[in-house]
Design a protein around this ligand. Sequence first.
Ligand code: SAM
Ligand code: CA
Length: 229
Amino acid sequence: MENKGLLQTDELYKYILETNVYPHEPEPLKEIRALTASHRLFFMGTSPDAGQMLEMLLKLTGAKKTLELGVYTGYSLLLTALTIPEDGKIVAIDMNREYYEVGRPVIENAGVEHKINFIESEAIPALDKLLEDPDNKGSFDFVFVDADKINYLNYHEKVMKLVKVNGIIVYDNTLWYGSVAKSEDSVPEVLKQGRNFLLKFNKAVATDRRVKISTVPLGDGITICRRVY
Ligand code: SAM
Ligand code: CA
């Protein structure tokens, strides 16, 4: 499956990438993207246009302490590490260190590894552990959620306790190749399970009064939530 996002044509997507995105993409991110392109799960990597929006949000909010669920080869992680200040910190959780190791040399060369605390774990127990420390509660400026979609609602409840009031949580892939707006019968089998979980998640988050949201049709759809209380 192509990771071309939700736009009407490939040409339009190519135009956006070439005109607006690639000229601003830092060299180490290009490197990690090139390494990821030959990985068997390449389609899981964050698209550079969505990455550009993450960078914008990180800068606008002045994020310093961040959390990421779902690292894969590290595109969004490296982007975050390059964007936050020198003394910023990222807690990055993924149950698969092998994928992280693909991009880690690039992260190391970029001189930003000291900002990263990589935790190899299933996300739920790792979040529970973070929550055991009272200092972590309401302390994160920014959270990027991009792990298994089945658990997005579980992550939401935990992450809401970790992010500060006015902090941002970004959920990736919330439009799931556009399948959330299609009838179940017309959706390929491979997308059905994710579609069903995301339908529940999108509905829940849209009616959650603790957050204000904006869903942006970039990449595979990203939902930006600001914790309001
Ligand atoms: N943000 C990444 C990037 O920019 O390339 C892409 C993340 S990829 C879509 C999803 C990642 O979530 C995979 O690396 C996978 O190992 C991890 N993952 C899936 N289920 C998980 C779970 N239950 N706990 C922790 N990590 C999980
Ligand atoms: Ca994703």
